[in-house]
Design a protein around this ligand. Structure first.
Ligand SMILES: NC(=O)c1ccc[n+]([C@@H]2O[C@H](COP(=O)([O-])OP(=O)(O)OC[C@H]3O[C@@H](n4cnc5c(N)ncnc54)[C@H](OP(=O)(O)O)[C@@H]3O)[C@@H](O)[C@H]2O)c1
Length: 390
């Protein structure tokens, strides 16, 4: 049995050596939440030899093992993982684009899915360097690749600074710094505009996910990003939104499948696509409360819930440790007030364009909230929130 597996791996490696020139799809961010989900979907379908992955590491071997470690969280098995080798890797950092930009393999790429970014609401000093300057240098390099047919840039639906209580249409948008709640969304808005205006040769498609939470099968094992916000608010019984406010959440596997749909659709009608739950699959905080209570075997807080402002929220600071376990109360307050401001926007992102491409509606958050709950039941809230403050 062991010998058989060895022969299979040997044959795979032999063909891999013969097919260096076959790397046609370049994915960035494969060590992350969304990039990991996309890479997992692509390699589960077969054709790992077509993939080039830009990832950080001291060497391409360490970058490869970081990618593989991440893909395991998306259920990729050993045999499939073994199809990825260092030939699939471009070891590189978007804050030092010069270090990988001359890699000849970039000249054969046909399609790019650019997922890498510092996706943090914190004050990471590298946000601008990576999300704007480095990403622009990288896109600029790719715009000169003759074989390039499509460059899918993963933006964020929030970068258009939507007006509260609206359904946001899919459009190119121009925003001002003062309207952004965090540097991250401002950086994402800026890079979209720069690529559209300064790189006319780039076959650019912008995919803007709304709020990506969990995986329908693996819950929060790949990442607990944002899930902790709901758990924290419900535990406190107070937050900055109304229970009737809606939130546009999608699972990471749906997001990945939609981006792959955009990747393989030959003719695309539009330059910008929301990847969102839209009117039909977005849910209210009241629905989230009921689903979370059912998953946790507790009771709904709808009878006692209070909508609070920042000042009222800050008065709760002394209760945080009692409620959430060991945590830095100042950081928790900052996190809750930041996410609280997004929560009270009550916006939904129109999803007509992806539906027109043939995607089904997104699963509702409340349909897989139990899977998310079970996957991180034993983790503390402080542990879970760290992922969003890198
Ligand atoms: N999650 C959401 O709710 C959401 C919603 C809308 C849009 N998006 C967008 O989706 C994309 C992926 O987000 P995510 O949630 O998957 O974030 P994530 O889990 O933090 O992953 C970010 C990825 O970017 C890579 N990266 C960061 N800095 C880099 C650098 N200097 N050079 C090369 N790679 C770098 C990371 O690599 P390392 O492992 O080396 O750090 C990681 O692979 C982002 O563009 C984000 O704006 C996310």
């Amino acid at each position: 049995m062991l010998v058989k597996k060895h022969i299979v791996l040997h044959v795979i490696k032999f063909f891999k050596k013969e097919s260096v020139e076959m790397n046609k799809i370049l994915v960035t961010g494969a060590t992350g939440f969304l990039g990991g989900a996309i890479t997992a979907e692509l390699i589960k379908k077969g054709g790992a030899e077509r993939l080039l992955l830009l990832a950080r590491g001291d060497t391409s071997d360490t970058a490869l093992s970081r990618v593989k470690k991440n893909l395991i969280k998306f259920g990729v098995n050993d045999i499939t993982l073994s199809e990825l080798t260092s030939l699939n890797i471009i070891e590189g950092d978007l804050s030092k684009v010069e270090s990988f930009i001359r890699d000849k393999r970039l000249d054969d790429v046909e399609k790019v899915i650019n997922c890498a970014a510092i996706a943090s609401f914190g004050n990471n000093p590298m946000i601008w360097r990576v999300n704007v300057e480095g990403t622009f240098q990288f896109a600029s390099r790719m715009s000169r690749v003759k074989s390039l047919q499509r460059f899918i840039h993963v933006g964020t639906a929030m970068s258009c600074t939507p007006a509260p209580n609206t359904t946001v249409v899919e459009d190119i948008s121009y925003t001002l710094r003062e309207n952004h709640l965090v540097e991250y969304t401002w950086s994402k808005a800026t890079i979209e505009t720069m690529m559209q205006e300064c790189l006319p040769e780039l076959p650019l498609i912008i995919a803007r996910p709304s709020i990506v939470v969990g995986h329908t099968q693996y819950g929060c094992i790949p990442s607990a990003s944002i899930f902790w916000v709901f758990r924290m608010a419900l535990k406190l019984g107070k937050f900055m939104c109304n229970l009737s406010d809606r939130v546009d959440v999608i699972p990471v596997d749906y997001c990945a499948q939609t981006i792959i749909k955009i990747l393989y659709t030959e003719e695309l009608e539009f330059p910008v696509y929301h990847i969102s739950s839209g009117q039909e699959s977005s849910v209210s905080f009241a629905e989230i409360d009921r689903a979370m209570a059912k998953a946790a075997g507790t009771t709904s807080i709808s009878g006692t819930y209070q909508k609070v402002n920042y000042k009222q929220l800050s008065l709760e600071k002394t209760n945080f440790k009692k409620l959430f376990g060991d945590c830095n109360e100042r950081i928790v307050l900052k996190a809750m007030s930041l996410y609280g401001q997004f929560s009270k926007m009550n916006v939904v992102f129109n999803n007509e364009r992806i539906i027109k491409l043939g995607m089904p509606l997104s699963p509702k958050f409340t349909d897989y909230i139990d899977v998310c709950h079970r996957s991180v039941e034993d983790k503390s809230l402080a542990e879970l929130m760290a992922v969003d403050f890198k």
